[in-house]
Design a protein around this ligand. Structure first.
Ligand code: PHE
Length: 348
């Protein structure tokens, strides 16, 4: 084959190969094959040495032109491959900054906190001011001033947690308060009459079952003024029941006994499931809310209030119980409220 033909064959096969190059590795292999030191071009160049000076000059020029055009083609291909790669990246790695973000879960208030706020608001509209009295309390305020003496059997009901602290001669031992009634005499001692107090606080009793948690909340209402009577008490509860549970709910007072109130009542509310007809949950159409009564004169006196001039009412109810009794909430085990299980808490 003549030199010209050899060169032509080389160029044709180069162009064919170049057409099928798909990435930079293949392009480099092609460059080595056609332009490297042991390449097809070098083989063709070897034919030059058998030529005359004139022939060699013309053939050499042609060979150089062929080399140059192949080099340019390789460079162009290189640029094109890079362009295609970058274009691919633009779609592959594209970030659409106009898409809405993924909102992290933020949670919400615990059902107990929500209930505290609702109850606080209902009584605030009736002029009751929210206060908090100590959770770690002297026996004096939790029992003694409420006419529950050291040996009184009623103390057993409260299954008290005692604090390992020095005993005070007058105020006795320190306890985790078993009810919010500890705040009643404390509130009177502030000396500001009349009193409309709403004490919502943590309370503690050594009991744990489906309807009891050892740490729970009570909300205690205390109203002391001239001429306060049982009708005020009944009116307050009616109002609360309708506000918190719904307008169709009714209240009933049942005689009961507490050392610190006289008369004393157990407050019932008509059952939310059967609307007072009687069902498996409530039996006779009523469910118990909590205790209440007119303050015993000795309790008023213990707080420095003159029972000849003033009378007062008090009520203390379990918050968790009240929440769980609200229509639609049928919590089978109260302890679940503090289990920290979000699957439960998310529902409320
Ligand atoms: N402290 C009582 C209890 O925990 C409830 C109560 C409060 C009763 C105020 C009467 C008056 O059971």
């Amino acid at each position: 084959m003549s030199f010209k033909d050899e060169l032509q064959t080389l160029k044709t096969s180069f162009e064919g190969d170049l057409g099928s190059v798909a990435d930079s590795d293949q392009l480099e292999a092609l460059r080595v094959k056609y332009l490297g030191r042991k390449s097809g071009l070098q083989d063709v160049m070897r034919l030059l040495k058998d030529m005359s000076v004139d022939e060699r000059k013309a053939a050499g020029q042609e060979a150089n032109e062929a080399k140059r055009s192949m080099e340019i083609a390789v460079e162009a291909k290189d640029l094109e491959l890079e362009r295609v790669r970058l274009e691919g990246l633009a779609t592959e790695e594209a970030v659409d900054i106009t898409l809405p973000g993924i909102a992290p879960p933020v949670g919400h208030l615990h059902m107990t906190t929500t209930a505290i706020r609702e109850i606080e608001a209902i009584f605030a509209r009736l002029g009751f001011t929210r206060v908090r009295h100590p959770e770690v309390e002297w026996e004096w305020y939790a029992f003694e001033t409420l006419r529950v003496g050291p040996d009184h059997p009623a103390r057993d009901n409260w299954e008290t947690f005692f604090i390992d602290a020095p005993t005070d001669d007058k105020k006795g031992k320190m306890v985790l308060t078993p009810h919010t009634t500890n705040g009643d005499v404390r509130e009177m001692e502030r000396g500001d009459l009349p009193i409309r107090m709403m004490n919502i606080n943590k309370t503690y009793r050594r009991q744990s079952d489906v309807s009891h948690v050892p740490m729970f909340h009570q909300f205690e209402g205390l109203l002391i003024d001239e001429g306060v009577t049982v009708t005020d008490l009944k009116g307050l509860f009616d109002h609360f029941a309708k506000e918190y549970f719904g307008p169709e709910r009714e209240i009933r007072l049942r005689p009961h006994h507490f050392r610190f109130t006289e008369p004393s009542f157990e407050v019932d509310i008509s059952c939310g499931l059967c609307q007072g007809i009687g069902c498996r949950m409530c039996k006779d159409g009523w469910v118990e809310l909590g205790g209440a009564g007119m303050l015993h004169p000795d309790v008023l006196r213990a707080g420095g209030v003159d029972p000849e001039k003033y009378s007062g009412l008090a009520f203390g109810w379990g918050l968790e119980r009240t929440v769980s009794m609200r229509a639609g909430l049928n919590i089978s085990d109260l302890r679940t409220m503090y289990s920290g299980d979000v699957r439960f808490l998310q529902q409320f």
